[in-house]
Design a protein around this ligand. Structure first.
Ligand SMILES: *[C@@H]1O[C@H](CO)[C@@H](O)[C@H](O)[C@H]1NC(C)=O
Length: 310
């Protein structure tokens, strides 16, 4: 059983590596993928429906962003993020790096981060980010997926902290909410590793789609298709022309709401049954081999003893 397991593993690696552009991203092999990256392309890249599923609705959106390496942090904008260097460093220290669009970790100063104008981030995503940041619980790691910062207002101003959003309601007990600083949306940016998109990818394209309400419900969002689920993937992205000093990229998010077809369910149940019986058979063979080995050992010991006694 060793060979099939190995080839299955490499097949899934290749499948994983082909995710984003339909072409193999060799960085996946060269640098590796962060441990937390549980995502892989959940639907075919030729526009057809996922096998065994009916697509109730599709949504997509293309976004403009800038892609930096950590080594750019010390450079001045637009090719660097110097004003926010301390703030970004602080956010990145709070949790494990979640990787690029393919979950890749280029390590050290080559790690990639995305920067967007706050106004170019869809409202449902902004709303989600602010909710996380208003959540006081230390355990909520989600608040460190996206760092929101204000833009410097004076030459040479440094930004050390994320921007705290305005609470929407007074906290329990009637105490006056802390007066939050008011900064216009156009005067804010958001910085995140591209992999942070997958945590809430349907929200990126929910607004204005035919299944807006469904895509908003992240409880149905899954890395792989199951009955009544929401799937999403970054299906395309460009790379910055770094050799020209450029950092601009675009990326495209696609999402869909799916239900399993009757035929899909029948064939899934059949495969699951087959899989169970293969596993049962494997266990039986292993048990027999163990018994045989034990018997041989016992026999060997007996023979030794007979020899000793002779
Ligand atoms: C979200 O989906 C779950 C699971 O299908 C459902 O129980 C819940 O009521 C939905 N929530 C909203 C707000 O629609």
């Amino acid at each position: 059983m060793r060979t099939p397991t190995l080839s299955l593993l490499s097949a899934s690696l290749i499948f994983h590596a082909r995710n984003t552009l339909g072409a193999i991203n060799w960085d996946v092999y060269e640098y590796g993928v962060v441990e937390s990256f549980k995502w892989s392309r959940p639907f075919p890249d030729d526009g057809t429906d996922p096998g065994g599923f009916h697509v109730n609705c599709r949504a997509e959106g293309t976004f403009h962003a800038k892609m930096y390496k950590l080594s750019d942090l010390l450079e001045e904008p637009p090719s660097g993020l110097h004003p926010w260097q301390e703030g970004i460093d602080h956010v990145l220290r709070q949790r494990h790096y979640v990787g690029t669009f393919d979950g890749v970790d280029h390590k050290g100063q080559d790690r990639e981060i995305v920067m967007m104008e706050w106004t170019e981030v869809p409202a449902p995503v902004r709303h989600w980010i602010e909710e996380q940041q208003l959540d006081e619980s230390e355990a909520n790691e989600n608040k460190w997926l996206y760092g929101v910062f204000k833009k410097p207002t004076t030459e040479g101003e440094r930004i050390y902290q994320t921007f705290k959003p305005q609470p929407t309601a007074a906290p329990e007990g009637g105490a006056e909410p802390e007066k939050a600083e008011v900064v216009a949306d156009k005067d804010k940016i958001v910085v995140f590793p591209a992999g942070a998109i997958y945590e809430i990818a349907p929200l990126w394209v929910a607004k204005g789609s035919k299944c807006e309400r469904e895509l908003h419900n992240l409880t149905k969002y899954r890395p792989q298709a199951i009955d009544h689920s929401i799937l999403a993937w970054v299906t395309d992205h460009t790379k910055p022309k770094r050799e020209l000093g450029k950092r601009d990229i675009t990326f495209k998010v696609e999402a869909m709401a799916v239900t399993e077809t009757d035929e899909g369910r029948r064939s899934r149940l059949m495969w699951e049954k087959l899989h169970r019986s293969i596993k049962r058979n494997d266990r039986r063979i292993q048990k027999e081999e163990r018994l045989k080995a034990k018997k041989e050992l016992e026999q060997g010991v007996t023979e030794e003893r007979v020899k000793d006694e002779l």
